[in-house]
Design a protein around this ligand. Sequence first.
Ligand code: UTP
Length: 293
Amino acid sequence: MAKVTKAVIPAAGLGTRVLPATKAMPKEMLPIVDKPAIQYIVEEAVRAGIEDILIITGRGKGIIEDHFDRAPELETALAKPGKEKALEECLGIAGLANIFFVRQKQTLGLGHAVRMAKPFTGSEPFVVLYGDDVIMGEDPCAAQLCRAYEAYGRAAVGIKEVSLDAIRRYSSMKVAPIPGGAANHYLIDDMVEKPAPGQEFSLFSILGRCLLTPEIYDILDHTAPGAGGEIQLTDAMAELARTRGVTGVDFTGKRYDMGNKLGVMQAQVETALTHPEIGPAFRAYLKELAGQL
Ligand code: UTP
């Protein structure tokens, strides 16, 4: 099985659930302590062995490109004693991977955004990392999907069980154990986006990561707008699941939804607690604050 070396990060959405922060700033650039969300995502892909990354952007998302570019004025300002660490960090961001950009001219949905990656991925499998889902963990979620692809030779999705309330806003997977397979691997032969009550297959939902094979493009070509009038990637993956089967990987790692305000705060607080620079001071502050609640 060929090694997966390409990833796609759709980051063109309007982020309406995080307004007004996202009026002029992409939600993918919301910081988690001191790094924008999308940097954690690019770092996850790189740790999984991905070499080439396509970020799908849109109007008003130019600062994502700037973030992964060299910054000569800043680098000159940092080239002095005492600033070595900051300089190294800035240079490191620009050298993380080969990063490419394409603009989705209309936000017609995640499926439409992924369709734009076809000239980039060609006939190769690729990982999709949703630009507003940060997953922290020792074993990168993208790597867990790559291993599942190598084991079964078909598309794979990162799944976790969510509450009945949450499943209405996400997707629901029809799962079955894989005989002889790992305990956290499932065969998915159908799925539904934003199921109405009674429509759900299980409480397993795709959370922010999938590994797709090129057949997805032929399916996306005829995928009609679904929930919310958008071209839903889940609808295309459902067809892939029904025709070829998809592996569900109940991944290890903690996922933060940077597309909603509570998720943003959970990511901030939990990351700050273990941050090498501010962790101990923030923990003391939080304990004191909690005592007053
Ligand atoms: P979401 O549906 O969560 O993003 O898509 P959104 O449209 O920004 O959400 P609202 O406005 O708060 O409801 C998941 C991922 O897909 C990208 C988003 O940027 C996000 O990273 N996306 C979504 C696109 O790239 N293009 C689209 O047309 C829609």
